[in-house]
Ligand binder design. Structure first.
Ligand SMILES: [Zn+2]
Length: 388
């Protein structure tokens, strides 16, 4: 844990534990995770069918109609998370509602529900959390939804070698008690699995990809799952990421909330590369761990359904016409007589819907500077996953 750059009698503020800062898009996995948990969406669900007025990063209103008449383009959910598209996040919020999101995030970060506003701003990461709280939330996702109790001092011995305090033992005992009464499962394993797979896609083709992999940046070649977060006027830059062994959250900003890190100093540019370099050095640049089992497979746990969706737009695929990609969701559940199950999207009509997705792609390129090549690369890799 690093709580700041200098520790002096006058500067003992531990930012990792004490600095609550706006989380921006690093918060979105909690929104998407809650929606998956509620069976409101699948990882490949096409979003953005309905025109919706919403806010961009700099606070300007934006309506889909602005970019070409009866615009009804769609995008699969996982790609929207990878590109960190705000309008989709707001739509997910409206689909699932504030209560399940607030419940989900407060369980994962072990924080009071009162810290989260029940408004669409929630979906854009307006809540303020400490790096420690974010690390806790992400590490429980990494740990298949099971509880994680972080501690820094393992045990204390006196001068004769007697153990006078043993935090490690206490934590083991608590986790073993939780395992017995079932409370160890903070979120269902299936939800954690789908969210982790989506966050791996984010790293592979989304905002952190370049900063992680490129030689002069992170130069990290292992597998990992994670999400960036940048806030208005570049006042905060986050990267929250994990591999099969280790979760690390990196936050950059000034104590004075109004100070900016500088124009265009986004998280992908400044917070991701040091994360990659640290992990590379941790594994000495080789032997990166995998999320796979001993047979080399990363199979979904009980309760996760693997389906196919149209890779162009996330609609139900038209057989023989639509290119396919994987979509994961939870099987129906009945609680107190009420059944929650995923409502499938309408069927893709082929050419016409694909054409609309093309228009949406042009919009994304213009708005988010995502190159054709990057989109194509993402798509080909998606097909590879499908045929595995
Ligand atoms: Zn299609």
């Amino acid at each position: 844990m690093v709580g700041g750059y200098k520790y002096t009698p006058k500067n003992q503020f531990n930012r990792a534990m004490q600095a609550r800062r706006q989380t921006g898009s690093a918060f979105k996995p909690f929104v998407y995770g809650a929606a998956i948990n509620e069976r409101s969406v699948a990882s490949g669900t096409g979003m953005m069918d309905a025109p919706l007025m919403t806010l961009s990063d700099d606070g300007h209103g934006w309506a889909p109609e602005d970019i070409g008449g009866d615009f009804r383009g769609m995008i699969p959910l996982v790609r929207a998370l990878a590109m960190s598209i705000n309008i989709v996040s707001v739509q997910v919020y409206f689909k699932v509602g504030p209560d399940p999101i607030i419940d989900f995030v407060s369980r994962l970060t072990k924080t009071s529900k009162s810290r989260f506003p029940a408004s669409p701003a929630l979906s854009l990461g307006v809540p303020e959390l400490t790096p420690y709280e974010m690390a806790l939330g992400y590490s429980i996702v990494a740990n298949k939804g099971k509880d994680v109790i972080p501690f820094s001092v393992r045990y204390v011995i006196d001068q004769s070698g007697n153990i006078i305090a043993n935090k490690e033992k206490e934590v083991r005992k608590k986790l073993s008690d939780e395992a017995k009464d079932g409370s160890i499962q903070v979120i269902p394993e299936g939800t954690a699995y789908i969210l982790r797979r989506m966050l791996m896609e984010v790293n592979r083709m989304g905002t952190p990809a370049g900063g992680l992999r490129e030689k002069e940046k992170g130069d990290y070649q292992g597998v990992a799952a994670g999400k960036t977060g940048s806030t208005t006027s570049y006042t905060n830059a986050w990267y929250c990421g994990f591999d099969p062994r280790l979760t690390t959250v990196l936050w950059m900003g000034f104590d004075k909330n109004s100070l900016t890190l500088g124009r265009n100093q986004s998280a992908g540019l400044i917070a991701v590369p040091p994360w990659g370099r640290m992990y590379r050095r941790f594994y000495d640049g080789k032997n990166y761990p995998e999320f796979t089992d001993k047979n080399g497979q990363d199979l979904p746990p009980e309760g996760v359904i693997m389906g196919a969706t149209c890779a162009e737009n996330g609609l139900s695929p038209k057989p023989g016409v639509c290119p396919l990609m994987n979509s994961m969701f939870l099987k129906p559940i009945t609680i107190a007589g009420r059944t929650k199950s995923l409502i499938p999207n309408r069927q893709c009509d082929g050419d016409r819907d694909h054409q609309k997705s093309m228009d949406f792609r042009q919009f994304l390129q213009k708005e988010y500077q995502i190159s054709d090549e990057e989109i194509e690369k993402g798509k080909q890799d998606t097909f590879k996953i499908k045929t595995e």
